[in-house]
Design a protein around this ligand. Structure first.
Ligand SMILES: Nc1nc2c(ncn2[C@@H]2O[C@H](COP(=O)(O)OP(=O)(O)OP(=O)(O)O)[C@@H](O)[C@H]2O)c(=O)[nH]1
Ligand SMILES: [Mg+2]
Length: 517
């Protein structure tokens, strides 16, 4: 039998493609090159399809775990704990990229403090005079400025409350105030001087945000936070490496000694590091200034937990040779955009199983991207920050954050696609809840249905837990179990123990559903 040649006469298409007998040498070379390229592309497609089939075959036995919950609930922090447990080296690889986030967190926090000081300028004198006053808030003194709003209490859980809304009043500069009151004047002069000296550092807020987000802005990102897609760490490092290579090439051309072992660093981050080092004392002075402390005590300045953490550690963070510790990485804040997948090999009872962890963006504008991940999910960890009883959504300042968590949990419990998933609830940020209650903050002030119950930690967490259990009970046709944990996911030791429990319980369910036991 005759083997058909590439240009077999029997095939009309081949006949049409047969090279012309007039083909020149150059045309022949071009034709052969394009045929080789077509073959390469076709083989690549076959290879991709083969790998996809392999992946699907393999992933049939994988565990898919979704981390769900509102923005700032602690999902990405929990993901970092999984990473520390199951892929510890990867944290080291991306350690340097967290420096950009931490610098951004510091600069952004300082900017927020200065903006709040400006907005509350006319009450500076009162702040310094009443420093030892209790944290009570007098509503008629509150000026709604969009930065440090005074909430009206949520009449009941799951009911949103209405907050006064309004724009910041015009900033009043120190110069515009009267000459009387020398302590007031010296306080405001000090702050004015600090503001002036910190201006160049404040100007790095936008370029740092741009560096992290890759220029992508998300509308409604309230506090001016930055959203990042999965893989941002690699991009930050590539940026730095690109610059390193350019330096290396230049040095090489100039005969200078240079090494790739130098710390990989981005020019912008280097500059911000130098500015932070030279502004360290100013930052400390601002952070410890009686006016700032007074505004915090009177809840007119509300700082995020990560702001307080990094400002407390500013001596270390602003040191010229600063490298983020693991604890710093756990406290760093960056908003997740869309859904980021992380794969870990989890070994249990001698059986290695790939776990796909899906860390989602929790802001309202991000929640639509969760649904495609619902139909083949095996388990969910729903993260609800119980410290947030005095906070309102960035996306909707009328909604109390505990109410939003309960509403979201209702949607998850009642979703038909999720009716068979293993459900775990993390009542998170218990450390912050304790700290808030210790300052005397009253839950009933924000959630009136809490009533006259005792304001101690145990009563409060059990009260919140009861509400989540009730939501689960009302939406539980399949009579599935809800596993609940009180957590502080920045606490590595405690969280890793809980992850171990969760892993075992998910795995038992997984083995049962796979009919292996
Ligand atoms: N003190 C304390 N801080 C926490 C805890 N959990 C999270 N945080 C901090 O809260 C901030 C927000 O946590 P993330 O993990 O980024 O929140 P997220 O749920 O991923 O938020 P989105 O990506 O916007 O949906 C970070 O600065 C964390 O360090 C906790 O239990 N205690
Ligand atoms: Mg996140």
């Amino acid at each position: 039998m005759r083997t058909p040649s590439l240009y077999s006469q029997d095939d009309p298409i081949s006949a049409a493609m047969k090279p012309s007998p007039m083909e020149t040498e150059a045309e022949r070379n071009a034709r052969l090159a394009s045929e080789a390229e077509a073959r390469r592309v076709s083989e690549q497609i076959d290879e991709d399809l083969r790998q996809e089939r392999e992946r699907l075959k393999r992933s049939k036995g994988d565990v898919k775990l979704l981390l769900l919950g509102q923005a700032e609930s602690g999902k990405s922090t929990l993901q970092k704990q999984f990473q520390l447990m199951y892929k510890p080296n990867s944290i080291d690889q991306e350690r340097i990229s967290w420096k950009t986030v931490i610098y951004f967190n510091v600069v952004h926090s300082l900017k927020h403090i200065l903006a709040t000081l400006e907005a509350w300028d006319d009450s500076l004198e009162e702040e310094t005079e009443h420093l030892d006053d209790s944290a009570s808030i007098s509503p008629n003194k509150s000026r709604s400025n969009g930065i440090a709003q005074q909430p009206s209490p949520s009449t009941s859980l799951m009911n949103s409350s209405t907050l006064p809304s309004g724009l910041p009043g015009p900033p009043i500069r120190p110069e515009s105030r009267g000459p009387n009151g020398s302590s007031k004047e010296s306080g405001s002069i000090q702050i004015g001087n600090l503001r002036r000296r910190l201006t160049p550092l404040m100007a790095t807020d936008a370029p740092l945000a741009d560096r992290l987000s890759g220029g992508i802005t998300v509308s409604g990102s309230g506090k001016g936070g930055v959203y990042v897609r999965s893989g941002w760490q690699a991009r930050t490092i590539e940026n730095a490496l690109g610059r390193m290579r350019a330096n290396y090439d230049n040095d090489f051309k100039k005969g200078r000694d240079s090494s790739f072992n130098d710390v990989v660093q981005d020019i912008l981050v280097e500059d911000v590091g130098r500015m932070l080092a030279s502004s360290k004392d100013d930052i400390k002075e601002l952070w410890n200034h009686p006016t700032v402390k007074g505004l915090i005590a009177r809840r007119k300045l509300k700082l995020d937990e990560w702001s307080e953490f990094f400002l407390r550690h500013i001596s270390r963070v602003a040191a010229p040779d600063y490298i983020p510790t693991t604890d710093d990485i756990l406290h760093a804040r960056i908003q997740t955009m869309g859904v980021a997948e992380h794969v870990f090999d989890v070994n249990i009872h001698g059986k290695a199983v790939s776990w796909h962890l899906f860390d989602v963006g929790g802001a309202r504008g991000q929640r639509h991207s969760w649904v495609p991940y619902f139909d083949d999910a095996n388990a969910i960890i729903f993260v609800a920050p119980v410290s947030a009883f005095d906070q309102y959504l960035e996306e909707d300042p009328r909604t109390n954050r505990i109410d939003d968590s309960l509403q979201l949990f209702t949607q998850i419990c009642s979703n038909a696609l999720l009716k068979n998933v293993h459900l775990v609830l993390f009542l998170n940020k218990t450390d912050l809840l304790k700290a808030k209650l210790d300052t005397g903050l009253k839950v009933r002030k924000y959630i009136t249905s809490f009533g006259e119950r005792s304001n101690d930690y145990d009563t409060v967490v059990q009260y919140f837990r009861a509400h989540f259990l009730q939501v689960h009970r009302r939406n539980n046709e399949n009579r599935r179990v809800l596993y609940t944990h009180f957590t502080s996911v920045v606490d590595t030791k405690a969280t890793q123990r809980i992850i171990g429990n969760v892993r075992d319980s998910i795995f038992r369910g997984y083995l049962q559903s796979a009919a292996l036991v």
